[in-house]
Write a protein that binds this ligand. Structure first.
Ligand code: ATR
Length: 290
């Protein structure tokens, strides 16, 4: 890829951004489809968000992703907000047209696509989610949209789980979310066979690879799929539980890839082919990127 004076800049704002895989993903797409874009990261602290947004417009940057801790605050700098981003109150992708920002959230779609691609069907099924933060909000939203029968949200802070389920029920006009304290999860797992259990906390993420949000010697039905939105390490202690019980397991790599695919397609108007996504997944699995 040769960068010239004509190359368009796209990128990521967040803090920290040093370990992000997004540059690897998006620059792979540009190279693959021979598009004249370069994707880079911009470390932006909380006090510089407004300046960063003005700078992005002034510098004619073509589009950008947003990561922690700016996904929620960015909403107020948008000229227009897509319905999903509006409901979940967070933006991870900004499309720029005529110097106007439109905020999207492709995490939801990315999560949904990872389920369909991996043949995890949740339509009419009972599912459970651990965590009640920003990531969990996107996941719960998508689970409701994809027709889960019930969604039990377990969180260390039970009030947050209750607040998230109430919020989603109200916004999506449903009644299928319920919030509980995390220490009730083992009892629920014994009483009910969930089709899917998703870890949406950062517990178990590198470098704290020995941590696990639930008890490691838990017995679960092998009909329950285990999904961890963490992708480093590839198999967390949480996914280990699934493995030990003969369950299907899935880490956060596909969600990461697909949220990027949707963002890149929005910025460039192209359609990324499945074989290229598969090649990218293999490339990302080489340890050197993690
Ligand atoms: P994100 O945007 O990644 O979801 P967040 O909004 O800070 O991040 O949410 C982090 C989630 O991980 C929360 O649900 C948090 O639980 P609390 O609300 O009780 O704090 C959960 N979490 C973080 N550390 C945890 C731990 N050691 N045990 C259990 N849950 C934890």
């Amino acid at each position: 890829m040769i960068i010239t004076g004509k190359t368009s800049v796209i990128g990521l704002i967040g803090n920290p951004v040093e370990h992000s895989l997004s540059p690897v993903i998006h620059n792979y797409f540009s190279e693959k489809y021979n598009l004249d874009y370069v994707y880079t990261t911009f470390k932006v602290d909380n006090s510089s968000i407004q300046a960063a947004c003005e700078g992005i417009k002034a510098l004619n940057i073509k589009g950008f992703n947003v990561t922690v801790p700016h996904k929620e605050v960015l909403l107020k700098y948008m000229d227009d907000i897509d319905e999903t981003a509006d409901v979940i109150g967070s933006v991870n992708t900004v499309v720029i047209k005529d110097n106007k920002f439109t905020g999207y959230n492709t995490d939801c779609l990315g999560f949904g696509r990872s389920l369909t691609d991996n043949k995890i069907d949740i339509w009419g099924k009972d599912v459970c989610v651990i965590g009640a933060g920003g990531a969990s909000r996107a996941v719960v939203y998508q689970l409701v949209k994809m027709g889960a029968r019930s969604i039990h949200i377990f969180n260390r802070n039970a009030e947050k789980a209750a607040a998230l389920s109430e919020y989603i029920n109200k916004k999506l006009n449903k009644t299928n979310c319920n919030g509980f304290a995390l220490n009730n999860i083992e009892k629920s797992l014994k009483e009910l066979t969930y089709s899917l259990i998703v870890n949406c906390t950062s517990v178990g993420m590198h470098p704290n690879v020995e941590d696990c949000p639930i008890s490691e010697n838990l017995k679960v039905s092998n009909e329950t799929a285990f999904y961890d939105i963490i992708y480093n390490p590839r198999v967390t202690k949480f996914l280990n539980i699934g493995q030990n019980n003969g369950c299907k397991i899935l880490n956060g790599m596909d969600m990461l890839i697909y949220q990027a695919v949707y963002a890149y397609e929005m910025w460039t108007g192209i359609k990324i082919k499945i074989e290229d996504i598969n090649e990218l997944r293999i490339r990302l699995q080489t340890e050197s990127f993690l």
